[in-house]
Design a protein around this ligand. Structure first.
Ligand SMILES: CC(C)(COP(=O)(O)OP(=O)(O)OC[C@H]1O[C@@H](n2cnc3c(N)ncnc32)[C@H](O)[C@@H]1OP(=O)(O)O)[C@@H](O)C(=O)NCCC(=O)NCCSC(=O)C(=O)O
Length: 373
């Protein structure tokens, strides 16, 4: 345990180079579980950042000019005291700055060097700019998302940036920490959002190649099937229906008091069944339907807004949300039962870097010259 932190990763020190969504999310996933994360921003950017940024929770931060030789030397000193670096630039940028894997392994060969990019470290697209939507397009995944006859629709930037990117990098860090226990060596992680988004869709490769999974929006889990879709209620809200198995479907139909429904196992009858369900669900408000299905196995749930989610009795009972720096946000997941969790707090600016190898005098000198912020 260092820095008073608690959780399975207490004692692990992470240097996070500031970037867009996936890098900070990876850092947050590690900090949430006890790692000591020092976010390294540009000098000006660090003073402009709101301290309440959710993905910065629990982290320390500094600004460091990595375009100056003294800034690079300071960064190497920090890396000498770190277990993990999260790097988020285009391939080649870190090497040009003098903080690439070889530079840092020369001072600390136990360092795990996590590289977060969209395209990966090599390949024809590696050096080009991109965002989540581009990466999930090239992974093949975007083509599968959306309603029948509609455009491919990205699920905001969850799939590339967060699930296929930041979370996958955090997983890579855990793999490398585990492997380091055996070898004593730090590895380089090439976490590409194209790879990460692709592997999340592993199950569908079988379906698509066997012909079981058809075009976008026509299948069992992509709003093709009426038993797995959202429906509007009388008050303009929505219900999520996921009554896939026959016994759960039966529970839903009985609670709704429906008889003579079109056959859900006959795809030709899906449009008629959907229309019938839509008509029924529009007859009551969302709250009325919640009462109908409450405690049942019908697999019907209200579609909650994010603020409603925090107040839902189930989430309240499990203490799933909390407030940090005045902002409501999800608590760390998953829960490791029996292991004390990390307390959550907004990011704090770190002024004393002696624990990271920079004396007070060295830090003051860098500050005076505008290299450290
Ligand atoms: C997002 C990017 C396309 C942005 O491109 P660029 O703005 O051109 O940045 P680059 O990475 O090429 O280079 C970073 C530059 O910042 C400089 N740099 C970085 N940190 C510092 C500090 N501390 N001090 C001084 N200079 C710094 C670094 O030297 C580089 O400048 P030079 O040395 O002068 O070159 C790229 O960073 C990238 O592909 N990153 C990996 C994938 C990624 O994060 N994609 C976006 C996910 S978010 C997303 O999808 C979404 O929000 O939606």
């Amino acid at each position: 345990m260092t820095d008073g932190r608690r959780g399975p990763l207490a004692g692990v020190r992470v240097l996070e180079l500031a970037g867009l969504a996936p890098g900070p999310f990876a850092g947050m996933m590690l900090a949430d579980h006890g790692a000591e994360v020092l976010r390294v921003d540009r000098v000006k950017a660090v003073s402009d950042r709101p301290r309440t940024d959710v993905m910065d929770r629990g982290k320390h931060s500094i600004g460091l000019d990595l375009k100056s030789p003294e800034g690079v030397a300071a960064f190497k000193e920090l890396a000498r005291h770190a277990d993990v670096v999260i790097e988020v630039f285009r391939p080649g940028v870190a090497e040009r700055l003098g903080i690439g894997p070889d530079d840092l392994h020369a001072v600390n060969d136990r360092l795990i060097y996590g590289r977060m990019t969209g395209w990966g470290q090599d390949g024809p697209l590696a050096s080009t700019a991109g965002h989540d939507i581009d990466y999930i397009a090239i992974s093949g995944v975007l083509s599968m998302l959306g309603r029948e006859g509609g455009k491919p629709t990205p699920p905001i930037n969850i799939l590339g940036d967060f699930a296929g990117g930041g979370l996958m990098l955090a997983y890579g860090v855990l793999l490398a920490l585990f492997e380091r226990e055996r070898t004593g060596k730090g590895r380089v992680i090439d976490a590409a959002m194209v790879d990460g988004a692709s592997i999340l869709f592993a199950m569908f490769y079988q379906g698509v190649q066997s012909g079981f999974w058809g075009p976008r929006g026509t299948n069992l889990l992509d709003t093709g099937a009426p038993q797995y879709d959202t429906y509007e209620t009388a008050d303009g809200e929505y219900l999520a229906v996921g009554s896939l198995e026959p016994q759960f479907w039966k529970a839903m139909v009985e609670l709704m008091g429906l008889t003579d429904l079109p056959d859900r196992d006959d795809r030709a009858q899906w449009p008629a069944l959907r229309a019938r369900l839509a008509e029924e669900f529009r007859k009551r408000t969302r709250a009325e339907w919640e009462k109908v299905f409450d405690g049942s196995d019908a697999c019907v749930s209200p579609v909650l807004s994010m603020s409603e989610a925090a107040a839902h009795p189930h989430n309240v009972a499990r203490d799933s949300f909390t407030e940090v720096g005045g902002l409501v946000q999800p608590r760390p997941a998953p829960r490791l039962l029996g292991v004390p969790a990390q307390d959550l707090s907004p990011a704090t600016r770190l002024t004393d870097l002696s624990g990271w190898g920079l004396t007070r005098e060295e830090a003051d000198r860098l500050r005076e010259r505008g290299i450290l912020g």
